[in-house]
Design a protein. Structure first.
Ligand SMILES: *Cc1c(COP(=O)(O)O)cnc(C)c1O
Length: 362
């Protein structure tokens, strides 16, 4: 039996999107960000499809260990770094590269003895986001300490992260870049700054390495454009099936709380997906879905396992029909995120294990 709901992942789209990164940043190497199960797309499928990346990045130690245990051999950066001797030892054993973003991490590295030195190292500098990183004033001395450390092998790069790169032309982006360019000039080490928004809109920031996540999945990080506007292809299509069709009378209410009332006799369809699958409850009474290539409205609240659809313009809809939730050019996840009052990152990342995964052959 074919399972539904299902997230269909398209390896060709992933490869196409990586080639778009290369076109946009031809002089940079690419560190593909595949944290959080590759933004909900399935990390092994994505790592395999994007094996032409120069490196990968995940957030945490366990994500890196998982990739190594499944045969992924490219350099892997841990964007959150690690904070204990035991975790540094594990990172070294698995050839993982924990980002250095705290003075205490440097002190620890000066004190402990790792089974082998860490490779492919990066120092995170806080150029303005005030999330993770060493202050720019202390970056050169931190770099010197690391360069002298026995547990660190090879070149150490400088990394920083934009807080506002989705706001094209925002002067804060330029300020962050200026800070990092000044440090690069002093130290002459590789620089890695650009996330997807900066890859797409801020070529001056590309430098030695770019570090995109979202755009690899075919999704644009701006609130007024979808991936298609940048020739990106959605890598996930989320689908389910109609499990019931019935008619209600005018005045009938649909779903918990009776949030939607029929103003005329109405045909209602029930599709098998809900917030228990990761389909956001904030899409209640707002989203549209595709049924037989036609858009129909979600009516009433999203339940744990089901959504209700207005089928008044879809007389022929039948139990068993396929329902597309997102991932078609005319139903981009970016638009649904706007309707839900969130960002597309969240919609794709929270898709649950209960949702089946399959690879598209197209
Ligand atoms: C998640 C993340 C990225 C990728 O950002 P996108 O907006 O998905 O391209 C890059 N760098 C860091 C430090 C991150 O945490």
């Amino acid at each position: 039996m074919k399972q539904f709901p299902v997230a269909t992942i398209n390896p060709a789209a992933l490869r196409h999107n990586l080639s778009r990164v290369r076109q946009l940043a031809p002089d940079s190497r690419v560190m593909s960000v595949i944290k959080a199960d590759a933004y909900g797309h399935g990390v092994l499928t994505v790592a395999e499809s994007l094996r032409d990346s120069d490196a990968f990045a995940v957030a945490r130690l366990n994500e890196g260990v998982f990739l190594r245990e499944h045969g992924i051999e490219k350099p892997i950066v841990l964007l959150e770094g690690v904070n204990s001797e035991a975790d540094f030892i594990t990172a070294a054993r698995y050839d993982l590269s924990p980002l250095i973003h705290l003075h205490t991490q440097i002190q620890l590295l000066q004190r402990i003895k790792l089974p082998k030195p860490l490779q492919f190292n990066w120092l995170m500098v806080d150029s303005g986001m005030h999330r993770l990183g060493i202050s720019p004033e202390q970056a050169t001395s931190a770099l010197s300490l690391l360069q002298a450390c026995q547990n660190i092998h090879g070149e150490i790069g400088l990394m920083s992260h934009f807080a506002n790169s989705d706001l094209v032309g925002d002067p804060r982006n330029e300020a962050q870049l200026e800070t990092m360019l000044a440090l690069k000039q002093q130290t002459d080490v590789p620089l890695c700054m650009a996330n997807s928004a900066a890859v797409l809109s801020y070529p001056q920031s590309h430098k030695d390495w770019v570090r995109p996540g979202l755009m690899l999945y075919g999704i644009a990080p701006f609130d007024d454009k979808s991936g298609g506007a940048f020739d990106l292809q959605p890598a996930m299509q989320l689908k389910t099936r109609l499990i019931a069709v019935y008619d209600i009378e005018a005045g009938g209410q649909v779903g918990y709380g009776g949030d939607w009332t029929a103003d005329k006799p109405t045909r209602v369809g029930v599709a098998s997906i809900g917030y228990g699958d990761g389909y956001s409850r904030h899409l209640s009474n707002k989203a549209e879905v595709l049924l037989r290539d036609q858009k129909v409205a979600v009516i009433g609240r999203v339940s744990m396992d089901t959504i209700c659809l207005n089928l008044n313009d879809m007389e022929h809809a039948q139990v068993g029909d396929e329902v597309v939730l997102w991932g078609q050019p005319d139903l981009p996840v970016e638009q649904l995120a706007t309707l839900a009052g969130t960002i597309p990152y969240e919609l794709v990342t929270v898709i649950c294990q209960r949702v089946a995964r399959e690879l598209s052959d197209g």
